[in-house]
Design a protein. Sequence first.
Length: 223
Amino acid sequence: MTDRIKTYIIDNRLKPGDPLPTEAELCEALNASRSSLREAIKTLAALDIVEVRHGSGTFVGRLSLSALVESLTFRGLLSPEDDLRALLDLVEVRQLFEEGMAAQIIERLDGEHLADLEQATAELEQCPPGSAAQVEADRKFHQLLMQPLGNQLISQLTGAFWDVHAIVAPYLGMSSPAEDADTVAAHRAMVEAARGRDADAFAAAVVAHYAPVRRRIAAAGRA
C-alpha cells in the first residue's frame, strides 16, 4: 500500500506541501480499505514522505532525511563500541564531499558566501570549545559550504551526516580542547584557501579538519 501511495504522488506530480485527496477519495482511487490506507499513511508519515495535519488533511511531506538521521543516531547510541566503524564511515563521506568537490566549491563561492563563511568561522573562534553555540556554528559553516553547489541531495546528506556525528560523538567520550582548536583553525584555513581560489590548499585544509575526529575515533577504538 505504501508503494501505491508513493506511485500516486509521482503520477500526479505532487510536490512537498501539496494536499492529498481525502481518505475516502484515496481509498477509491487506490481500491484500498480504510484500515490498510491508514496504516500506510502512518508508515509514510514516519518517513516524512507525507505529513498528517489534524483537522486539515494529509499533505506531501518535506521528503527530508530525518528518518535516516534517527536510524543512524539510534544505531550509534545503542552500541557505540561496535559502531565506531559506522561513525568513521560517516566522517569519510563528509570529507569525501568537501575534499572531492573542492574545485567546484571554490569556483562557485561568491563574495557573499565567503562573507557568510567568514562570519561562521569567527563565531567558531569565539565560542567556548564543545559548547552548544560552537556546535551550531560548526553545522552552519558546513551547510554554507555546500550551498553554492545547488545540489539539494548533497546539502541534505551533509546536514544529516553532520547531525548524526554531532549527536553520537559526545556519547563516545570523544572531546579534546586541543583538538577542537585544531578543528577551528582548519575552518579558518578553508576560508582563506577559498578566498585565494586555491583548491589544493582548500582540500588540504579539509583533510586537516577531519584529522582530529579520526584520531578520536581511533583512540576510542583502542580504549
